[in-house]
Design a protein around this ligand. Structure first.
Ligand code: COA
Length: 179
């Protein structure tokens, strides 16, 4: 799959990252412990951590593994990230997403995911779009359901989410849409 450099929906623009996004991402959500609760990273304490992360996002666009899109919406830039993972199995793509808390529950991530799933499955070489979320991350599970993905089962002891358990991998719910 060769993803486009920009995905535009009714209310959102998913675009390539740029260095100036670091300050906005830090302010909007990277330091918010509620946002990273069920994620693989700990809340950022210093802006320098977010700068390193944005640099890795910019670099990723030169590689073949993933495409982290910054999300603009509601007249605001960099309110979240949609990370499209291109090598997640034979003919499969996966993803991760995060949104600043001030923008939750407006249907934004469902809108983004629907667009990405449609674009991915329209590619001749993509047969499966899938992702997982922590068993307690009900909002994320709901987003995947609303985007037309099906629950496939629970992957036990699947992923480290250190903010809820720093020692043991967490059980995660797996969702997919296939053609
Ligand atoms: C998960 C996340 C991206 C959802 O984004 P969003 O734009 O708020 O999602 P939407 O508005 O499209 O949909 C959210 C749905 O979850 C529901 N929801 C929210 N919190 C919930 C909770 N605690 N329990 C159950 N459902 C919940 C909402 O009611 C809504 O469903 P509805 O339309 O049927 O009412 C956002 O909450 C987030 O960034 N969380 C932190 C990062 C994260 O966990 N990312 C996912 C990792 S797998």
């Amino acid at each position: 799959m060769i993803p486009t450099s920009e995905i535009v929906t009714e209310r959102l623009r998913l675009r390539r990252p740029q260095p100036m996004d670091a300050e906005l991402v830090f302010e909007h959500y990277a330091r918010d412990p509620e946002v990273s609760r069920y994620l693989a990273w700990r809340p950022h304490v210093e802006l320098a951590e977010t700068r390193d992360y944005i640099t890795s996002c910019i670099d990723a666009w030169h590689g073949t593994m993933n495409r982290p899109y910054l999300i603009d919406a509601d007249g605001q830039q960099a309110i979240g990230v949609f990370d499209l993972r291109l090598r997640s199995g034979p003919g499969a793509v996966s993803f991760g997403y995060v949104l600043a808390r001030a923008f939750w529950n407006r249907g934004y991530m469902t809108e983004a995911l629907k667009a990405v799933v449609a674009q991915a499955l329209a590619q001749h070489d993509v047969w499966r779009v899938w992702a997982f979320c922590d068993v307690e991350n009900h909002a994320s599970a709901r987003v995947m359901e609303k985007a037309g993905m099906e629950y496939e089962g629970t992957l036990r002891r699947w992923a480290m989410h250190p903010n809820v358990d720093p020692i043991a991998p967490r059980d995660c719910r797996c969702y997919a849409r296939v053609k």
